[in-house]
Design a binder for this molecule. Sequence first.
Ligand code: MG
Length: 387
Amino acid sequence: MSTRRLAVLGATGSIGLQTLEVFRTLTAEGFALTVTVLAAATSVAPLADAAREFGARAVGVAGPGEAERIRQELPAGVEVVHGPQGLAALAGRDDVDLVLNAVVGAAGLRASLAALEAGKMLALANKESLVVGGELVRTSGAGTAAIVAVDSEHAALQQTLQGVEEEQVECLWITASGGAFRDRPPEALAQVTPREALNHPTWRMGPRITVDSATLVNKAFEVIEAHHLFGVPWEKIGVLLHPQSVIHGLVELVDGTVLAQMGPHDMRIPIRYALTHPRRLPGAPTRLSLADLTLELSALPRDRYPAFWTVLEAGKTGGTAPAVANAADEVLVAAFLDGRIAFTAISEGLQSVLSAHRPAPCDSLAAVEEADRWARDRARAFVEGNG
Ligand code: MG
């Protein structure tokens, strides 16, 4: 097999750093992989370190200021680009085969579209690509056929669906840990603090996604992603509470068989598979202790996670509604983390913003960006009125 040339976008975040760690292990084991492109928004010093370590040919950063600073830290000849356009150009470069998109935020969508249009394989960890731009991604290049999922639930479903025909699928099930407040009485949720919300029971992740796990907004986003990624109708995608986070996804078949994918909660495992697929290589970073497992699954309680249902509804509405849900959620979560609104105001704000939105078709990046701006303004107004 020829050397697989990798672009890591979002290289200094949690997934990006774990990708570089997996990369070091794989290349030390002799797997033919090189990093040609690295991008990160503002973490200039760690990005420069990584670019020198891996001999990257091009790097991307957020703006001209970061570009100026990183240029001084890199060998002559390394191309430096900035902004969403720069990121998209990196994703489409001739010297890249596989784009691992772990960008946080809507800038990741543009990069995903560029990668697909240029015929690249896309290892997808950027939520917004499918949540906000699912309708655009599906019609871009090879569409979802070129995507290998990095998110644990979608990686699980994608692997479990191998060899399964569409008409054999009864239901896809995504599991949810239940987040930081799964055992709190609902009436206590108005008083919880940002510090408590950031204490996720099983996964270590960035602040926004950890809060999104406590509200289950993240799980609604994952249902939207699954809908677009696998082309499965809404009524055939369900969510189950599973506090152990060992089963990541289940495929229930028409004949009553249920196929499940299990694994340690260690993102290096799906990342490793994304880099080596369709091959599987020895050298698991962690393993399940199968003889000691207790696995509990239960239905999602209807009243505990109001934001889940609100965001799921936005997904079903489609068009610009999911972009509005995403942008409003980002503003509301930031306001909660700043101590400006209560935890329960996240779901109230989402409800308020989405009920005021008139969805438009999601037929261009411009439509997405316009909806994003509108939602941020509305969410900020909600924060002002509810602080
Ligand atoms: Mg996930």
